[in-house]
Structures are given as C-alpha cells and as structure tokens.
Design a protein around this ligand. Structure first.
Ligand code: FES
Ligand SMILES: [Fe+2]
Length: 417
C-alpha cells in the first residue's frame, strides 16, 4: 500500500462521487441465477472443483512454534493436519492413516516428532509424512512403504497466516495472492496476535454471507444508528485483482468526519483512536476510511490501524455456513482477559456482524422461493460478480450447466498481476 496507490484510491473516490452513471462501456450484468446459491448440484460442483483447488486461511504460525507442533484443520470437509517440521517448515498432511483409515492423531493440537497412529501404531515422520514404522511388518505381503506415506496438501505461510490448498500442485500462495498481499504490508502481520474469536452457524449458503461484505450499498440502510451512517457508499473506490481477490475503500460520511475532526472525507490525517495499541506503519487513510480486502474465496478483512478481524465463511452444506471472525491486533497484555477497551470493541464489531446476519437466513429462504427469478447486480456491487466469475473459472465453465453459468465480463477491469 504505497503512496502512489493511496493517491490513486483518493482520485478514484473523487471520480466515484462525481459520476452520474457507471463508467462508459461498463457491462450490464445478466442476473446471477439464484440456483447458484440454492441448488445441491451447484454446491456439489463447488465441493468438487473449488474447495479442492483454492487456498484458504487455516491458522497462525505462532500456534505451532516448535518442530513437531501440530493442529487439526477440518473446515474443508476433510481431516487435515498442519505440522511444523524438524526443519521449521509448516506442512499440511491428511490426518488419515494409510493402514485402515483411522485418524493418525486425535488431539485437536499437540506436539510430536513422530506421528503415530493410535490404532495399530503405524508411524510417520513429520517432514515428508514418510511411513517409518509398521508393527508386525512380517504379516504384510509386499508392503510398499513408499506408497503408504501420508498424503500431502499444499501449505504456505504469509504474514504469519498459514494457508492450505488441497491441490498438491497449487499455484504458489504468493502468486495466488498477487497484489492483494500488498494491502497487508503496513500491518506488521507477523507480530499481531489473536484477540478474540466468534463462531456462528448461519442457515444460508456461504456466498450469501460473503456477498454481504463485498459491497457497501447496504451500509447506511442497515448499519445507521440514530439516523447517522459512518460511511458514504457513493464514494467507494474498488479494485479487482486476479484470482477473485478485491479491495474496497469507502470514505467516511460528513457526520463521521465532523466527529473525528476531519475537514472533509479526503482529509486523511492522524485521528484519535483512543486507548488501542496501534500499528505505527499503517497509513492515515486506514483510520480515515473503511479499508477492506477480500481474499477469494472466503476471507474478508476490514483493515484497521489497531488490527483487524478476518471474517471467514465455511460451507457446511448448500444452505448452511459456518461463519467465523477472528480479531488480530497488537497484544500488549498477558492472559486471555481482554482490557475494557477491547471488550467494548468486541461489542461494537459483533453488533455490526449481527446487523449483517439478520438478513442472511431470511434471504436464503427467499432465494428458495420462486418469487426470486434472478439476482441483478449493479456497478457498485461488482466485487460480487468478480467472486462469481472466479468460482466459474475454478469449476470450469464446461462443467457448469449453461443456465447456471455467469459470463466472464470483468477482465478489462481487473488490475495487472
Ligand atoms: S489404522 Fe492406523 S495403524 Fe491401523
Ligand atoms: Fe454490512
């Protein structure tokens, strides 16, 4: 997030405020077919082609600091195990014993230089997942040890965040993230720590939850308090990155600028943020706007000068989502008890999440009704279309029934890799 990008975002906001229509030539989106959110068939396509080939955030490097430290990760619907090797690298294996399929480890987290299946003690080492011990080996005829290693998934760490991808030949994480990663550069993310986490099951499709965070068209309508919205959606400046990632920076409303002593929405200066320990390398734009990044497919991060929550949307079935949000920030106290100002922040953020969640289950119900024939998306909701384009790119349009596809329209608006 260098000075040139910040200046560009400011210029984009001026443009957005002044335009009277979408930019000339911007495509008219066909309706998004509602069955993309509701049908079992589309859910199965996502399960087969999307969640097996995408990077997702799985945890933090400091959770497994020592060689042999591991934790289980089950959010992708298959049991995975994330382990720090004896060489310090973090790797991901399937937690599935290659004898008769018992889970190799049962504890949610632990530490061991050898992964010994609790059932018959087949044992694997932690760097390659190689099988290194089989009790009563004499009773197996022609056991091929090489063939019985623990299967691997791709795994990498960015800024202290561990990502996994079930595709063992996945594009390297940093290439996948591309310039979206630059948005995190000023946040010293390695040194941030988990402050608190929440986890809710919501009866709606995972894309209904994700889409709620990809636009601010709704913001003043459901997040205003005493008639005041803190954001002015008309100036929202968006950037689309390759692979479905995107950013959205939304200016503050006049009332909010007044409250913070900003002369105007673009008076990006140091403002008083109260008692929170702040990250001093974060540009002023972040505390004078709403600055959010989405990492395809299921992470939305509203960045802040004193850290940020990561909202994660995990599909459980076509109509159920596990919604999690985990706040990361500089942590300057010992123990789990939050300081009073963080308890307050938690309350405020959770209330915003609650306002968003009010819509989710009822929307899914409506989508199942024949009354909703399709979903029209406007220019300021274009990050939603971008999400759907990338979903189709991963599934492969040839695998999707024609009436469920979305055409690829946004390529001219995607920034260079
Ligand atoms: S199932 Fe793991 S050792 Fe038998
Ligand atoms: Fe919202």
């Amino acid at each position: 997030m260098d000075e040139a990008l910040i200046e560009r975002i400011k210029a984009d906001m001026h443009y957005e405020f002044e335009r009277t229509a979408p930019p000339p030539g911007f495509p008219a989106f066909p309706d998004i077919p509602t069955e993309r959110h509701t049908s079992e068939a589309f859910y199965e396509l996502e399960q087969t082609h999307l969640w097996t080939k995408t990077w997702v955030m799985a945890g933090r490097a400091e959770d497994i600091p020592e060689p042999g430290d591991y934790f289980q990760f089950k959010r992708l619907g298959v049991p995975l195990l994330i382990v720090r090797g004896t060489d310090g690298e973090v790797r991901c294996f399937y937690n599935t014993c290659q004898h008769r399929g018992a889970p190799v480890v049962r504890d949610e987290r632990g530490s061991s230089r050898r992964l010994r299946c609790q059932y018959h003690s087949w044992t694997y080492e932690v760097d390659e997942g190689s099988l290194v011990a089989v009790p009563d080996e004499r009773d197996f005829v022609d056991l091929d040890w090489e063939q019985r290693c623990l299967p691997r998934a791709s795994c990498d760490v960015f800024g202290g965040f561990i990502f996994v991808n079930r595709d063992p030949d996945a594009l390297p994480l940093m290439q996948w993230l591309g310039k979206a990663a630059e948005m995190f550069a000023p946040f010293q993310t390695e040194s941030l720590r988990e402050i608190y986490r929440e986890s809710v099951i919501v009866p709606c499709n995972w894309k209904v939850t994700a889409e709620a965070f990809l636009e601010v068209y709704h913001f003043k309508h459901i997040h205003s308090h005493d008639g005041v919205s803190v954001l002015d959606n008309r100036g929202a400046a968006m950037g689309l990155y390759p692979h479905g990632h995107s950013r959205m920076i939304t200016p503050f409303s006049t009332q909010n600028c007044d409250r913070l002593g900003m002369a105007s929405w673009d008076d990006w200066k140091a403002v008083d943020l109260g008692p929170y320990p702040t990250i001093d390398t974060v540009p002023n734009m972040v505390s004078c706007t709403s600055t959010a990044v989405s990492l395809f497919p299921n992470a939305i991060v509203p960045l802040g000068t004193y850290g940020f929550p990561i909202n994660l949307f995990w599909p459980v079935d076509a109509g159920t989502t596990h919604l999690e949000w985990i706040y990361y920030a500089p942590k300057e106290w010992e123990g789990d008890e939050l300081p009073e100002y963080w308890k307050q922040r938690r309350k405020v953020y959770n209330q915003i999440m609650d306002e968003d969640m009010q819509n989710m289950a009822p929307m899914h119900e409506s989508m199942l009704s024949p009354a909703l024939r399709g979903i029209p998306i406007n220019y300021q909701e274009r990050r939603i279309w971008h999400l759907h384009e990338q979903i189709d790119a991963l599934i492969g349009p040839e695998n999707i029934p024609e009436h469920l596809r979305v055409p690829q329209l946004l390529a001219p608006y995607v920034e260079e890799a």
